[in-house]
Design a protein around this ligand. Structure first.
Ligand SMILES: O=C(O)c1ccc(O)c(O)c1
Ligand SMILES: [Mg+2]
Length: 628
C-alpha cells in the first residue's frame, strides 16, 4: 500500500513543530534529517515518543554522507561512524538509513570497491535489524546516476541493502527512465519525490534551493511515476523538498501543500493507468472551469454610492436586488458583479479585515458537487455559512487571502443562483460593450505563490505558464498564469520580494492577498473606451515614448498608432494574433480594471506590464486612500 511521507528538511520550524504539522497534514511517515535531530534538545527516544504520539512512522534517518570507496584508514572510521548512527537509529525506532553517494575528493571510484563496502555495511546493519538505502546524488563524485547505484546495490548482493530513487537526482540530469523497470520492487525501500522549475544552474544549488512539490515545477514526474509503476512498486513515497521559500513559510501550510501534491500526483497516475492506487482514496477528476459566474465585492455601506456610480460608468446595469440582504447584482454582457454591504455573514467579515475588495469568485463548473468532493479529497479548506430560507447553499472553498471560490453548475439548480437569491430589477442599459471576464489577477505574498499554483492546478483542469519577471519601479514582480485550454479560466498570480512594488503595497494596504485587478473583454476596444471616457472613467495615461517605440518595432500604420495613443491602449501580438488592452486608473483600495480585446492572441500582454506599473506608480507614488 502506498504510504505518504515527508522529510523534516522540507519544512520550517523546530523538529516538534515540523512533526506536528506533518501529522496534521495527513502523512503517515516522516524522514528525520540529521540536522533536525542534532538541534533537538532531547534524546532520540524523545523524538520517537513524539512521533509515536502523532501516529507517525519514522521511516528513514538521513543522510549518511561520504561512505563508499574511502581508502584506509578513512574507511575504518566511516564504518565506526555508521555504527554510531545505528545506535541512534535504534533509539529512534527507525530501521532505514539513507546513504547518499560519496562527494569527497578522497573517495575512490570502482563499482566493485563500492559494492564490497555496501556488502559489509549490509552485514553490520543486519546484525542490528537495520536496512540501508543507497541514493545517487546528481553531483556524486563517482556515482551520480541511479543506474550505477543500482549496479552497486546488485553486486553488493545483501538483502539489507537496496536502492533509494529520488526523482530530483534522476530527472534533473535527464537520465533515461527505462532502467527503472528492471529494478525488482523489493530492492527499493523508499522513493523520494520532488519537482523543480527548469533552471539553467548547477545541480547542487538547484537541488538545495529550488526543489518544490510535485506539480509546482517542470520536471516530468508523470513519466517517472509510470516507470516506477512498471516495477509494481507501491511502498513509501516521501517528499524531500529543499526550498528557501518553504523554509520561510508556515510549516502547517507547506505540509498540507505537500500532502495535496502527492495525492494529486497519485490521482494522475491512477487515471493514466486506469486503476486506483491502494492507499489513495479515489476522487472525481479535476474540474473543468466553464467561466466566471460572478465576482462578489464586500464593501462598506458608505462606499455603496461610489461603487454603484463606478459600475454604471463602466457600463453595468443593476439587474437584481437580494431578497433578504443588502446585496445588489450588476450585469453587463456575461459579466455579473455582486455588491455586498450586508452587516452579517462572510462578506462583512471580509470587509472588516480587508476593506472594500473582492471577497468571492464564483466559477462555473460541470458538476459543483463533484468539484467539492475533489476539493475535500485534496484537503482544500471548504466553507459553509448559515443559509437563510429561500437562499441557495452554494458550495465553496477558501481561496487566496481567505476569500471564497464558489462552484455553480447547470445541473443542480445552482446555475440559476440569481433567480433564486435576487429579485429582478427591470430595465437594461446600453452598456459599454464589455462581454466577459477575461482574467483575474491576484496579488499575494511571495511565499504563497507556489501554494496557489498547486491549489488551482490540482482542483481544476488547468495548467501553469512560465514564471515571468516583471519590472516595477519598486522592484521585481514575479508573475505566473494559471489557465485552461479553452480560456474559460484565466488567472494571473503576482508576488514580489520587494516591499515597494505595487503588488507588495497592495498587500499592505489591503491587509492581505487578494484580487488586484479584473480584466474584462470587449469586441471593440476603441468603442468601449470612447463610452467609458464619455461616462467619466479615467484611463491610465501611457507615455508617448511607448508609442514611438511601438511604431519603430511593429508594422502598425501611423493612423493605428495614433488611435492606440488617443485611447491609452497598449498593444501586443503573438503567433495567434493581436492584443489590445487599457487600464482604468486605480480605484480606492488599489483595485483597477483592465479592458482587453483579443484577436486570436492567447497571452496577457506581459511585455507591457512594466509600462503599466510605471504609469500606476506615477499616479499613486506612496499614499493610498484610507480603506474604512
Ligand atoms: O543535498 C543533499 O546533500 C542531499 C541529501 C540527501 C538527499 O536524499 C538528497 O536528495 C540530497
Ligand atoms: Mg534524496
Amino acid at each position: 500500500m502506498t504510504i505518504l511521507s515527508i522529510a523534516t528538511v522540507s519544512l520550517a520550524g523546530t523538529l516538534t513543530e515540523k512533526l506536528e504539522a506533518i501529522a496534521l497534514a495527513g502523512f503517515r511517515g516522516v524522514e528525520i534529517f540529521e540536522a533536525d535531530l542534532l538541534s533537538f534538545p532531547g534524546s532520540p527516544a524523545d523524538v520517537a515518543r513524539i512521533a509515536a504520539d502523532l501516529n507517525l512512522d519514522i521511516i528513514t534517518f538521513q543522510p549518511f554522507r561520504d561512505f563508499e570507496g574511502m581508502p584506509e584508514p578513512k574507511r575504518a572510521r566511516v564504518f565506526d561512524r555508521a555504527e554510531r548512527k545505528f545506535d541512534l537509529m535504534q533509539e529512534l525506532g527507525c530501521d532505514l538509513l539513507l546513504v547518499c553517494s560519496n562527494v569527497s575528493p578522497e573517495s575512490l571510484g570502482g563499482i566493485d570497491r563500492a559494492a564490497a563496502d555496501f556488502t559489509e555495511l549490509g552485514q553490520r546493519a543486519a546484525a542490528r535489524g537495520i536496512r540501508i538505502g543507497y541514493e545517487a546524488l546528481a553531483w556524486g563524485r563517482h556515482v551520480n546516476d541511479y543506474r550505477d547505484a543500482w549496479e552497486i546495490v546488485r553486486r553488493a548482493d545483501h538483502p539489507n541493502v537496496g536502492i533509494i530513487l529520488d526523482t530530483f537526482h534522476i530527472l534533473a540530469r535527464g537520465t533515461d527512465l527505462a532502467a527503472i523497470s528492471a529494478i525488482p520492487r523489493d530492492r527499493i525501500p523508499l522513493v523520494q519525490v520532488a519537482d523543480a522549475p527548469l533552471l539553467d544552474m548547477d545541480l547542487l544549488s538547484w537541488s538545495r534551493h529550488w526543489r518544490c512539490m510535485p506539480g509546482q515545477g517542470d520536471l516530468p514526474l508523470d513519466a517517472f511515476m509510470a516507470a516506477l509503476d512498471a516495477t509494481g512498486y507501491d511502498g513509501l513515497l516521501s517528499l524531500e523538498i529543499f526550498n528557501d521559500r518553504f523554509r520561510a513559510g508556515s510549516a502547517r501550510g507547506i505540509a498540507v501543500d505537500g500532502n495535496r501534491s502527492l495525492i494529486n500526483l497519485m490521482d494522475r497516475l491512477a487515471r493514466a493507468r486506469g486503476k486506483p492506487i491502494q492507499g489513495i482514496p479515489a476522487m472525481p477528476a479535476r474540474a473543468e472551469c466553464l467561466g466566471v459566474a460572478f465576482i462578489e465585492f464586500a464593501i462598506g455601506e458608505d462606499a455603496v454610492d461610489s461603487f454603484e456610480t463606478m459600475l454604471k460608468a463602466l457600463g453595468f446595469t443593476k439587474a437584481g436586488r437580494h431578497r433578504s440582504k443588502d446585496v445588489g447584482l450588476w450585469r453587463q454582457g456575461d459579466i455579473h458583479i455582486v455588491l455586498n454591504w450586508d452587516k452579517e455573514g462572510f462578506a462583512h467579515a471580509h470587509y472588516i479585515t480587508h476593506g472594500s475588495s473582492v471577497c468571492a469568485i464564483a466559477l462555473k463548473v460541470a458538476d459543483a458537487k463533484a468539484t467539492m468532493e475533489r476539493a475535500l479529497g485534496l484537503h482544500d479548506q471548504t466553507f459553509a455559512q448559515v443559509v437563510r430560507p429561500g437562499e441557495l447553499d452554494i458550495p465553496a472553498v477558501r481561496g487566496v487571502g481567505g476569500s471564497l471560490i464558489y462552484f455553480v453548475d447547470e445541473t443542480s439548480g445552482l446555475g440559476r443562483w440569481w433567480e433564486v437569491d435576487f429579485e429582478p430589477v427591470p430595465g437594461a442599459g446600453e452598456g459599454a460593450g464589455l462581454a466577459t471576464v477575461d482574467h483575474i489577477s491576484q496579488s499575494m505574498l511571495y511565499e504563497e505563490m507556489l501554494s496557489w499554483v498547486l491549489f488551482y492546478t490540482s482542483l481544476f483542469d488547468a495548467g501553469k505558464g512560465p514564471v515571468l519577471d516583471v519590472l516595477d519601479p519598486g522592484g521585481v514582480v514575479q508573475s505566473q498564469v494559471v489557465e485552461n485550454r479553452t480560456g474559460t479560466l484565466r488567472l494571473v498570480l503576482n508576488a514580489s520580494q520587494s516591499h515597494r512594488t505595487l503588488s507588495a503595497r497592495f498587500l499592505t494596504d489591503f491587509f492581505g492577498s487578494g484580487v488586484q485587478h479584473i480584466a474584462l473583454s470587449t469586441g471593440d476596444i476603441h468603442a468601449t473606451i470612447a463610452k467609458l471616457e464619455a461616462n467619466g472613467i479615467s484611463l491610465l495615461p501611457i507615455p508617448e515614448n511607448y508609442y514611438d517605440d511601438l511604431e519603430a518595432r511593429t508594422d502598425l500604420e501611423p493612423a493605428a498608432i495614433d488611435r492606440l495613443k488617443a485611447g491609452n491602449v497598449l498593444y501586443d501580438r503573438d503567433a495567434g494574433g493581436e492584443f489590445f488592452h487599457a487600464y482604468t486608473e486605480t480605484l480606492e483600495g488599489g483595485l483597477f480594471f483592465e479592458i482587453v480585446e483579443r484577436k486570436g492572441y492567447s497571452g496577457y500582454g506581459a511585455v507591457n506590464a512594466a509600462i503599466r506599473l510605471a504609469a500606476q506608480t506615477r499616479l499613486a507614488p506612496t499614499v493610498t486612500m484610507p480603506r474604512h
